[in-house]
Design a binder for this molecule. Structure first.
Ligand code: SAH
Ligand code: F3S
Length: 488
């Protein structure tokens, strides 16, 4: 009914102003188009997809969870390991099948694979109409117009300034409780195995004011926890824009008002004392004591640090261009434990980096033994084209050796996980409810400050509530308990 009225109105104005009306007709046709967006890889990609959805919402696109009904399908891709790229290619095959039913559907590739492969993507995957790198999302309205007009569209230009600080993300697949807020983009660290500096470009920080505005808005909408995101959050430095490396040329005023990561954390914690604050990822060489001190100072900053180490061997750390030694890493761990005794620590580890020997591998196991991480993300080395390791080193650790070493570190992590979760037994901990437990509709799932998953019977509690839970049982990765009312 509404549609008929609209058409009538359109007809009327057609008589009055044909030019204006034609534009309106195009706009009406565009309004209500459906966008399907799928994300792979790191949290930053999921966060970027929310920026993309916001930019395209202004172009009249509504998101859908049904790929079959989409006018535009976007896949936000990851290049970190070869397997991640294979997953994306398989998804593109699926989209190809959908396109046979829905021939009008357009397909765009976003993110790191787009940046890495550029125009080559159009040749390699015939289904792809559009290739857009991580810094080019503001150009999407133009690029979509290009593909609407039947041309392929590519923009993979990396930026030294873009932070999307002025784009209010559309929260996708949100639980309404936890959200990501990006604070830096890119990475200048050049770890020799890593493709990120090539796909996401130079490191730049976002204006703290726009970060605070986003956090305040999330609080007003009922969100209870945010994760500040960056490839290397400790290297956050705002002095008015531009690359971190150009800071030396900043004016005296810029230097006097500069905000580093510890400063930003304190600002955010103070602005919303009821909001839980997390951050990821910390790089050992860039994490400073003042960050740990700020964490200890504010109750609402969660006591959890993701501190990737990648290897326990000094020789391998050096070959990876990780700019710290095993001993320096231990010192940092000691400082964290001293300042925040109950702080949880997790890691990323790569096994089978070129030239890794059994002795290097044993160093990794012994480093893990020393730290006894709460959790970990462990990977077999995957050579990435264009990285220094790929250019200078032979990928010489046989696949079966990588696999065996990976199994060994995963098994050890399981033991340490259990060691850590056992420490929580009998304690009563504050848990923020995020949603239903994966295994049971009668249980809630939430996390304690250390980021450990806690599962407990629902009773009358609700999503988004903070609940005190007494821990009665555990697995290597999950705590099991019962809510207790401390007020009685
Ligand atoms: N600083 C980033 C790291 C991104 S990559 C962050 O925000 O987390 C995530 C992890 O993937 C790395 O810490 C590393 O352990 C792993 N990784 C990166 N490149 C890899 C490669 N070529 N092969 C295997 N694992 C890799
Ligand atoms: Fe990659 Fe090292 Fe940066 S792992 S994202 S180059 S800190």
């Amino acid at each position: 009914m509404e549609k008929i009225i609209d058409e009538k109105k359109q007809g009327e104005s057609l008589v009055l102003d044909p030019q204006k009306n034609a534009e309106q007709a195009i706009r009406n046709e565009k309004d209500g188009r459906k966008l399907y967006i799928e994300s792979y890889g790191c949290q930053m990609n999921f966060s970027d997809s929310e920026i993309v959805a916001s930019i395209l919402a202004n172009e009249g696109f509504n998101t859908t969870r049904q790929v079959e009904e989409a006018d535009l399908v976007l896949i936000n891709t990851c290049s970190i390991r070869e397997k991640a790229e294979q997953t994306v290619r398989k998804r593109l095959e699926k989209f190809n099948a959908v396109k046979k039913i829905n021939p009008g559907m357009k397909v765009g590739v976003l993110g790191c694979m787009a940046e890495r492969l550029k125009n080559k993507f159009l040749e390699e995957e015939k289904i792809v109409d559009m290739v857009v790198g991580p810094d080019a999302y503001k150009d999407l309205p133009n690029l979509v117009q290009e593909i609407d007009e039947g041309r392929n569209a590519v923009n993979v230009i990396l930026s030294k300034e873009e932070t999307y600080g002025d784009v209010a993300p559309v929260r996708l697949n949100s639980n309404g409780v936890t959200a990501f807020v990006s604070i830096t983009r890119g990475c200048d660290n050049m770890c020799t195995f890593c493709v990120v500096p090539f796909t996401r470009g130079r490191e730049r920080s976002r204006d703290p004011q726009s970060i605070l505005e986003e956090v305040n808005e999330l609080w007003e909408k009922g969100y209870k926890e945010i994760t500040l995101l960056g490839q290397n959050v400790d290297s956050y430095l705002w002095y008015g824009g531009g690359l971190k490396k150009d800071y030396d040329n900043a004016s005296e005023i810029q230097k006097a008002t500069a905000v580093n990561f510890a400063g930003l954390l304190a600002m955010v914690a103070e602005a919303q004392p009821g909001m839980r604050i997390r951050f990821s990822t910390s790089n050992p060489q860039d994490m400073t004591l003042d960050v740990i001190e700020v964490m200890a100072q504010y109750r609402n900053i969660c006591k959890y640090i993701h501190l990737p180490v990648q290897s326990g061997s000094n020789r391998i750390l050096k070959a990876m261009n990780r700019l710290h030694t095993r001993e320096e890493y231990f010192e940092l761990i000691e400082n964290i434990r001293k300042i925040i005794p109950d702080c949880a620590i997790s890691h990323d580890m790569i096994t089978g980096f070129p030239t890794e020997t059994e002795e290097d591998h044993r160093d990794t196991l012994s480093l893990m033994e020393y730290v006894k991480y709460d959790f970990g993300f462990m990977f077999a080395y995957s050579e990435r084209p264009g990285t220094l390791a790929a250019r200078k080193m032979e990928d010489d650790v046989p696949e079966e050796v990588k696999k065996r070493r990976l199994t060994e570190i995963i098994n050890l992590q399981q033991q340490h996980g259990l060691y850590r979760t056992r420490q929580h037994l009998g304690k009563t901990e504050e848990v923020l409810i995020e949603g239903l437990s994966k295994k049971s509709d009668a249980h809630w799932m939430g996390r304690n400050t250390q980021n450990t998953v806690v599962v407990f019977p629902k009773e009358n509690y609700k999503i988004g509530e903070f609940v005190n839970v007494k821990i009665t049982d555990c697995t290597p990765a999950t705590l099991i308990g019962e809510a207790v009312d401390l007020s009685v």
